[in-house]
Design a protein around this ligand. Structure first.
Ligand SMILES: Cc1cc2nc3c(=O)[nH]c(=O)nc-3n(C[C@H](O)[C@H](O)[C@H](O)COP(=O)(O)O)c2cc1C
Length: 184
């Protein structure tokens, strides 16, 4: 069984990005599973804390989830035309110590998608992720693109994906990435 880990870049309980991952999990091709995780509980990165107390348990758990997976799918919100601080903070923790970077970021394909309330569907956040992932030596999958705009109209109040066009775009994106991961 091939496993992809879905990481939501939002802490919001009714996050559209988490809902997008949930919709993706329901349409995975056979023999490929999408497990969804969270950045909840990851403290603000502080090098003093790292030196004195070591890696927080929440970071160790997330590292293990990533290293157990064959691929990583980040669903990113967009804050002020860039990466939300909480999501970047989680990646910063994951990049410590430097010796862990190849194991966490270099060893598996990573895809980015995102949902936002604007008309531009996280295009600027997704662009902002690229130099970060490049710095970490990540294998960024560029075979597809998914920008979910006006997310508040695409999901219902229970977080169900109710827009058939977005559903189809998600299916194409997910199948492309999943097949890439399975054949990697
Ligand atoms: C501080 C802040 C900044 C935001 N900036 C943007 C933005 O630049 N572009 C955008 O499309 N939406 C922006 N939004 C709205 C988000 O698209 C919206 O909050 C969305 O629901 C976040 O994703 P989530 O539902 O997964 O938490 C912003 C929201 C907040 C709280």
């Amino acid at each position: 069984m091939t496993t992809i880990l879905g990481l939501s870049g939002s802490l919001r309980s009714r996050s559209f990005n988490t809902a997008l991952l949930t919709a993706a999990a329901e349409m995975m091709p056979a023999e490929i599973q999408l497990e969804i995780t969270t950045i909840q509980g990851i403290p603000l990165y502080n090098e003093d804390v790292e030196s004195m107390e070591g890696e927080p348990k929440s970071v160790t758990v997330l590292k293990r989830q990533i290293s157990d997976a064959d691929g990583l799918l980040i669903s990113t919100p967009e804050y002020n035309h860039s990466i939300p601080g909480v999501a970047k903070n989680a990646i910063d923790w994951l990049s410590r110590p430097l010796s862990d970077i190849p194991r966490i970021f270099g060893a598996r394909p990573i895809a980015i998608m995102g949902a936002a309330m604007s008309n531009f569907g996280t295009i600027q956040a997704q662009r902002a992720w690229l130099p970060v992932l490049k710095a970490l030596g990540a294998q960024v999958w560029t075979g597809g693109r998914l920008l979910v705009s006006e997310a508040h109209t695409v999901f219902d109040t229970s977080g169900n994906l109710v827009n058939t066009q977005v559903e189809e775009e998600l299916r194409v994106f997910i199948e492309g990435f999943a097949n890439h991961v399975a054949n990697n």
